[in-house]
Write a protein that binds this ligand. Structure first.
Ligand code: GLY
Length: 256
């Protein structure tokens, strides 16, 4: 993807306290703190030069701030997903409205399911997690849409965490951070894989915005590892979203 210029985000609903959880135990989420953390996240995106759209929240959808799952955006096309859990279906309507003036749209239909959190883009290679949320039909649809645009789309089995990007994300197109307890490093080929420390298992989810890597505040050892590669890191407290089984990538859709 070329230089990023825009982000789509969505405000945090008070209903986030009832968010979906799959691999983690429920802990109380403080909505007021989540709202403040979201504002800081949006400010950080703006400080990187992005124009940030904040769509109002919708109380029917506890997970609606996790806009990443409702669409997958490329320079050439945006795919509006059919998310893999029924309670989240409907979130994508507002996301489609926001994207329709920005990209040609393809809409995923049943029986396909796919959450954007399962899609990891490394240059022209696109890895798709086959997970509790993303099925073979979702993978097939994404491959059909992207192959004519010269992307290589590959499946990865994800069984030990919610999404592929819970277990690994890009530091740059040639380097990934990975939690090797959740994903075998061999699953992603042709890259330098940096394992996160065992005591920071959630640190493999980071968000790259142009030259800067955004991560949750609580991962000092991973931060040190990444900074030793010469990468600029900015951290933000995302504690309330981590309790919702989410991280920095989940809160935005980034567009060039
Ligand atoms: N709580 C995030 C999700 O389950 O999609």
């Amino acid at each position: 993807m070329s230089q990023l210029t825009q982000a789509i985000t969505r405000a945090v609903s008070p209903a986030i306290v009832r968010c979906e959880l799959t691999f983690v135990e429920r802990e109380p989420i403080d909505h007021a703190i989540a709202v403040r953390q979201h504002e800081q996240y949006v400010s950080m995106l703006r400080s990187c030069g992005l124009e940030v759209l904040v769509i109002p929240s919708d109380n029917r959808f506890p997970d609606c701030c996790f806009v990443e799952d409702a669409a997958v955006v490329f320079d050439e096309v945006a795919v509006i997903t059919r998310m893999g859990i029924a309670s989240r279906r409907g979130e994508e309507v507002a996301i489609e409205q926001a994207l329709s003036s920005r990209r040609p749209i393809v809409k995923m239909e049943a029986p396909a399911t796919l959450d954007g959190g399962d899609v990891l883009c490394l240059g022209r290679k696109v890895y798709v997690g086959l997970s509790k949320r993303t099925n073979d039909e979702g993978f097939d649809l994404l491959r059909e849409v992207l192959t004519p645009h010269d992307y290589e789309v590959k499946p990865v089995q994800v069984t030990r965490c919610l999404h592929l990007k819970s277990a690994c994300t890009a530091v740059d197109p040639e380097t990934i951070l990975i939690n090797t307890r959740w994903l075998e490093p061999e699953a992603i080929t042709g890259v330098r894989a940096i394992p996160v420390p065992d005591d920071e298992p959630l640190a493999a989810e980071v968000l790259r915005v142009n030259g800067t890597l955004f991560m949750h505040d609580g991962f000092p050892r991973t931060r040190e590892l990444v900074e030793s590669l010469g990468v600029a890191v900015r951290s933000v407290d995302l504690s309330e979203f981590m309790k919702a089984e989410a991280g920095p990538t989940c809160l935005s859709l980034l567009l060039s």
